[in-house]
Design a protein around this ligand. Structure first.
Ligand code: HEC
Ligand code: HEC
Length: 293
């Protein structure tokens, strides 16, 4: 038995004894249960393997002689062997590289905890619960709900009574007047965020335009003028609008203006997007339409 081996065994024994000493100092009964015993067995194995591996390299440093092909370049006489990159290193490098790409591009941005994400999830869950609770709300409840939402989200521009604060925003207490409808027929309109193409100018003129404007501004009452066919192609035979093509012209089209906004002659109405849930939109519609009666 050479002296290196004796030193190695001594070192391993020292590590094991030190471990057992610390464990007994902590009042842990090694053989009380199998988990403790297994852990100690593991510690002994780790100490033994560590000592053996250290001894192997110390021995190699003592006895190794140089071999292999020297690279051409050298620095002040210090050269380098032309060794292949160990494949374990190469695979480890590749694995770490792939993992860091995944972590940087998807792992962290998508899976990491985020306070904003948690907040958004809570809002979504709350909104879903709200929708479920109120999905069959009566017209009266909707109107009351709509008024509360209006007072929070809309009154700073439209006024607490919806009168538009002397022209700051649309006066919601009246529908379009005949003059306003005539004006839209004559000049067209491209103000609602929901219809990028807008409405072309000059869809009707003269007596036809007068008759249509009176009919639309009057709330679609009485005989429908034949010339309304020019409007029906986009707004629908009943004027209730066609999705993606044209808004409802019965009162105001709350759905389109609230979700996509409007930038018209009076000013800019902000888009609320998905901040207003479907039930809230129904409530706002019930309330705003009750203002103009
Ligand atoms: C080619 C399709 C088309 C035709 C035909 C058409 N409209 Fe329109 N109309 C639209 C679109 C699109 C809008 C939304 C414009 C916008 O983005 O502001 C609109 C908007 C309006 C508005 C304003 C609605 C609001 O909420 O601001 C009124 C009023 C209106 N149209 C009346 C008429 C009348 C009356 C006719 C018939 C003479 C007519 N339209 C024919 C497409 C049409
Ligand atoms: C930042 C101010 C502002 C807020 C907040 C606001 N609006 Fe408006 N709204 C306007 C302006 C300005 C117009 C007129 C745009 C134009 O025609 O020039 C308008 C127009 C409208 C119209 C008429 C649309 C049409 O077809 O002509 C309706 C309906 C409306 N708003 C509803 C609402 C509701 C409901 C809310 C709350 C969810 C709201 N607004 C919040 C500024 C606002």
């Amino acid at each position: 038995m050479n002296s290196l081996m004796i030193k190695t065994l001594g070192f391993a024994a020292l590590l094991i004894l030190a471990t057992i000493f610390v464990v007994t100092k902590l009042n842990i009964d090694i053989f009380a249960d199998s988990v403790n015993a297994l852990t100690i067995a593991g510690a002994i194995a780790v100490a033994t393997i560590t000592s053996a591996v250290a001894a192997k390299y110390i021995n190699q440093m003592k006895t190794d002689t140089t071999s292999g092909k020297l690279a051409e370049e050298n620095w002040d006489g210090i050269g380098e062997y032309e060794n292949e990159l160990p494949s374990g290193w190469a695979y480890t490098f590749l694995a770490v590289f792939m993992w860091s790409m995944w972590y940087g591009l998807a792992g962290y941005p998508i899976w990491a905890y985020s306070q904003i994400g948690e907040y958004n999830e809570e809002v979504l869950a709350y909104n879903a619960k709200f929708e479920e609770t109120h999905k069959n709300a009566s017209e009266e409840t909707l109107k009351e709900m709509g008024e509360s939402i209006f007072l929070v989200q809309c009154q700073q521009c439209h006024g607490a009574t919806g009168d538009g604060l002397s022209g700051r925003a649309q006066d919601l207490t009246k529908h379009y007047s005949k003059e306003e409808v005539l004006n839209i027929i004559k000049n067209g309109q491209n103000a609602l965020g929901a219809f990028p193409g807008g409405m072309p100018a000059g869809m009707a003129s003269g007596a036809d335009a007068e008759a249509i404007a009176a009919y639309v501004a009057g709330g679609f009452k009485g005989e429908k003028p034949a010339a309304f066919a020019a409007c029906a192609s986009c707004h629908g035979a009943d004027g209730k609008g066609t999705p993606m093509v044209a808004p409802s012209i019965h009162g105001y089209d709350i759905h389109n203006v609230v979700s996509k906004g409007k930038k018209g002659k009076i000013g800019r109405m902000p888009a609320f997007g998905s901040m207003i849930t479907p039930v809230q939109e129904k409530a706002l519609t019930a309330y705003v339409q009750s203002l103009a009666k």
